[in-house]
Design a protein around this ligand. Structure first.
Ligand code: PA5
Length: 451
């Protein structure tokens, strides 16, 4: 294991009473083959492996182009709406929430435009309220869709584009809209070319949930003032740590993949990603998409859930401690908090908290984490622990790449193609049939007969 404190680290000691060394070794021994399959492109889904080399392929010119366009947009806006869903949404939101004050939205002055989100739901109230809020304000749009045909963001963009054009005219709106999409195909590409929007390309060989380090994530994050260079730098550092030449026993992505697969085949079918840092909620959401969409197919795959602790110890905590023993827990722990706040002594001590006087809030949090870990292990929940020295762009970049590499390996371990998502089409087909989309006439007829 790498002892460099400038890296995230993996601790598997909390699974030792659930999986024997011999059981773990079975999967460790297989790792090298799967790592090679990823690097040589000999496994399933090999058309979508562009994310592997991505961190080291991003050039200075790429970063500059993104930063220049982001700044040009940011200079004209107080609000920027990032339109997208799934992989075109979650990574951006995860980094943004992790890197901004929890109360940013309530501040009266902002150094950078506020990033808002749309296209990740079909909520009429949500979109109405967003338009109502933006009316009369200086706003711009970054419209993100790899396929360029996804219904949710397409609807949101149509509505927001109309509002923007109403406010600044069609020509004015062209200066305030950026698009991130396929280089040649899809409705968004056609629309962007026709309108003359500045566009950024999502490479063909990088799937949505692996695209946070392309302009999909980097452009809106740069516009919101996030240090995208540190994010990429972190991913580069992790890439070196888990690259093809690294022995499996030192490759933390391979070790994590092996551990979770060993638990899965022993009946631990649910993995709960737990954080103890309120800014990490959307990192859990990003992780759920990455793992759920990559592994859940062909009747296989660990079910991914996430909890925010200690909040959810007062809700899901009961289930985790004593419910069906089909779960294991992966805890992401941030070792050092950014700010310092101590609990004051109080003369009267009416709340009985003087035993904590002088302690930092984070010390209490760490004891809650340790106590919970011990209680969960005692209660039959294997515990994997991932530590980040601190929560910043650099370590989030490391974490993203660590998880991406691990899901490629563990997807191959359970025998699925981790890079497709055929199951996502089923709801779309029914929805289009129900909405009587042209081209779906037969399906419309069939589905109406079922109602
Ligand atoms: O991982 C994926 O490919 C998907 O979840 C997509 O990111 C999501 O469906 C959005 O697709 P698009 O960017 O094509 O609008």
């Amino acid at each position: 294991m790498n002892n460099d404190t400038k890296t995230i680290r993996l601790d598997l000691s909390g699974i030792s009473s659930f999986v024997s060394d011999a059981e773990l070794k079975v999967w460790h021994d297989k790792c090298q083959g799967y790592v090679e399959a990823l690097h040589q492109g000999t496994g399933a889904g090999s058309d979508f492996l562009g994310w592997i080399e991505l961190p080291t392929q991003i050039t200075e010119a790429d970063l500059e182009e993104i930063e220049v366009a982001a700044k040009a947009l940011a200079d004209q806006c107080d609000y920027i709406v990032s339109v997208g869903i799934g992989g075109s949404y979650l990574g951006t939101r995860a980094v943004l929430e992790a890197m901004t004050s929890s109360f940013e939205a309530y501040k009266s002055h902002h150094k950078h435009p506020q990033l808002l989100f749309a296209g990740h739901n079909i909520g009429e109230d949500y979109l109405w309220e967003l338009c109502d809020f933006l009316r009369g304000k200086r706003f711009g749009i970054i419209n993100i869709s790899k396929s360029g045909t996804t219904t949710e963001p397409a609807i949101a963009f149509r509505v927001l584009k109309a509002l923007l054009e109403e406010q600044v005219g069609r020509q004015g709106a062209r200066e305030l809209i950026l698009a991130v999409t396929d280089k040649a195909k899809g409705a968004l590409r056609t629309l962007a070319d026709k309108e003359g929007y500045k566009t950024f390309v999502i490479p063909d060989d990088i799937g949505g949930r692996f695209s946070v380090l392309t302009p999909v994530g980097l452009l809106p994050l740069a516009a919101a003032g996030i240090n995208i260079r540190a994010l990429v730098e972190g991913a580069r550092a992790m890439k070196a740590m888990v690259d093809s030449g690294v022995p499996t026993e030192c490759n933390i992505s391979a070790l994590y993949a092996a551990a979770r697969t060993a638990l899965y085949v022993k009946g631990k079918k649910i993995e709960i990603l737990a954080n103890y840092h309120p800014k990490m909620h959307y990192i859990g959401e990003w992780w759920k998409q990455l793992y759920g969409e990559s592994e859940g197919k062909d009747g296989k795959g660990i079910f991914n859930a996430s909890v925010d602790l200690t909040a959810d110890l007062h809700s899901m905590g009961q289930w985790i401690q004593e419910g069906e023993r089909s779960i294991f827990e992966t805890v992401i722990s941030v070792l050092n908090s950014d700010r310092e706040l101590r609990i004051q002594p109080d003369k009267e001590d009416l709340d009985g908290l003087n035993y904590l006087a002088g302690k930092r809030i984070d010390e209490v949090n760490k004891m809650a984490e340790l106590g919970t870990r011990m209680a969960h292990i005692d209660g039959g929940v294997p515990n994997i622990r991932i530590t980040l020295p601190k929560l910043d762009e650099y370590y989030i970049g490391q974490l993203f790449y660590f998880f991406e590499k691990a899901v490629g390996i563990s997807g191959y371990m359970i025998g699925v193609n981790p890079f497709n998502q055929p199951g996502v089409e089923a709801y779309k087909k029914n929805m289009f049939a129900l909405l009587e989309k042209p081209g779906f006439e037969e399906a419309t007829k069939a589905i109406k007969e079922r109602l």
